[in-house]
Design a protein. Structure first.
Length: 278
């Protein structure tokens, strides 16, 4: 069987966990590990890398409004308390992953998780299937540039997804149509974006207007992943933990957190991750 590495977009998984079962003070942690086990059971990887978010300094310098819709309004005590609760649970989950699980946790302080995953995937052996776990369709640019050795798995739909039909160059298409979820402005309708992604002449005609050209250049920089060979990206500052394994510590933590349903099938839980250490 071909070896497979899972590259998990950590914050995507944590936000998904926050939208699930919400009983108790540690529901995000509970939902995260329950979902991770289900994904590992289905995909049977030989290695797992979980990428966390840094602050995208370069993108924010280019466009201060980038992902502004995800920020909490100052003075909203209820929202701030909800955010603190969420990140407290992210922190406790990450600590368990780093110290006791047979996975690698990676993070760059000034880059997003998708930049980090893109670098690792682009440098991975072609003999290994790279499976990216995320609902973020930006990863399709990695699928598009691969020779079948990279796939994007949507953990909500529980299936792999591909570049939409009728789309040529993914970065051109995405940069022209924008992305409201990331506050990247639309330049042209979808139909024109599709045409321009396939036809350089159509792209040239769309960008004949200087204002449209400048918007397009900015959008490309927001959409395109960081260059894995860019010395200015400071790749030497990327943090990475080594896989570990301490099921006694994990079991004790889960018991103290009140994860009864996980502990009731503890043998199955451990067996799911154990092959990662073989």
């Amino acid at each position: 069987m071909r070896p497979r590495t899972l590259y998990v977009d950590g914050m995507c998984m944590f936000h998904r966990a926050a939208a699930g079962f919400t009983a108790g003070e540690h529901f995000v942690t509970f939902n995260f590990f329950r979902s991770l086990r289900a994904i590992v059971e289905q995909l049977r990887p030989t290695r797992i890398v979980i990428a966390l978010e840094g602050t995208p300094q370069k993108r924010l310098a280019l466009d201060p409004g980038y992902k502004a819709n995800r920020r909490t309004e100052p003075g909203d005590a209820t929202a701030e308390a909800k955010v603190r609760l969420f990140f407290d649970q992210v922190e406790e989950s990450v600590q368990l992953l780093r110290e006791h699980f047979p996975v690698s946790v990676v993070r760059h302080p000034e880059l997003e998780a998708d930049d980090v995953i893109a670098r690792l995937v682009r440098r991975a052996s072609r003999a290994v299937l790279s499976t990216i776990v995320s609902t973020d369709r930006d990863y399709l640019q990695l699928v598009a540039e691969s020779d079948g050795d990279v796939e994007l798995y949507d953990p909500v739909r529980k299936c792999t997804v591909n570049v939409p039909d009728g789309v040529g160059d993914f970065v051109i298409w995405k940069s022209l149509r924008g992305d409201a979820s990331d506050c990247i402005p639309r330049i042209v309708p979808d139909r024109l974006a599709e045409q321009a992604s396939l036809d350089p002449t159509a792209l040239y005609e769309l960008l004949a207007d200087e204002e449209a050209l400048e918007k397009f250049k900015t959008n490309v920089e927001l959409v395109r992943f960081a260059d894995p060979d860019d010395g200015e990206a400071g790749w030497e500052r990327m943090e990475s933990s080594s896989p570990s394994r301490d099921w006694e510590a994990v079991g004790l933590a889960f018991t103290m957190l009140g994860f009864r349903s996980i502990m009731s099938s503890w043998t199955r839980f451990v067996a799911t991750f154990e092959p990662l250490f073989s």
